[in-house]
Ligand binder design. Structure first.
Ligand SMILES: [Zn+2]
Length: 179
């Protein structure tokens, strides 16, 4: 597996005029820190250069870490942080109110983690679907009753895994995507 790819263009607008303003020392992935000294000492270190797009002004890292390496085994759970849980509760209420979300409408959360956000919609009798590549957090979401696809989101996967199963069109007349 290729661990990262260095870029020379903006990831948002593809502009090639990027000013690399900050070059930091190579560092291990935050998700892969180890308390064991020998493992920590020998862990792979990634370059960390921050670039600024002159066109759209997006500030970004100039290295793209392999998504599988970064997200397939994720240790952070949304439910661990009270501020996030409180925010999700307020946000879900605002979405329901603003978009007039009704019972049985389908809410899809891409990068759904342990299903904390979707849980608030489920409480309001909405149908929910999570998508998250981290199989360990998907297990927790499923144990919490949140239907979750353990993959990276893309349209091909989505139509294959979900839309073709008839559960999509027959019961719901509205779909909302939360990313
Ligand atoms: Zn840009």
């Amino acid at each position: 597996m290729k661990m990262y790819t260095a870029t020379n263009f903006c990831r948002l607008c593809l502009n090639k005029k990027i000013k690399v303003g900050l070059k930091l020392k190579n560092i291990p992935l935050g998700e892969k820190y180890s308390k064991v000294k020998s493992i920590a000492k020998n862990s792979f270190r990634f370059p960390l250069n921050l670039g600024w797009c002159e066109k759209c002004r997006n500030l970004q890292t100039m290295e793209i870490i392999s998504p599988r390496l970064l997200w397939s085994d994720f240790t952070y759970l949304s439910s661990q942080t009270k501020a996030i849980v409180d925010h999700f509760k307020i946000l879900s209420g605002n979405i329901i109110k603003k978009f007039k979300v009704k019972k049985n409408h389908l809410i899809i959360d891409i990068g759904s983690n342990d299903g904390t956000f979707l849980g608030f919609f489920k409480d309001k009798k909405c149908r929910v679907l999570g998508v998250d590549p981290a199989k360990n957090v998907v297990r927790i979401a499923k144990n919490n009753g949140i239907n979750t696809i353990p993959e990276f989101f893309n349209l091909k996967m989505f139509f294959k895994s979900y839309v073709n199963k008839k559960t999509y069109s027959s019961k719901s007349n509205a779909i909302y995507l939360c990313i």
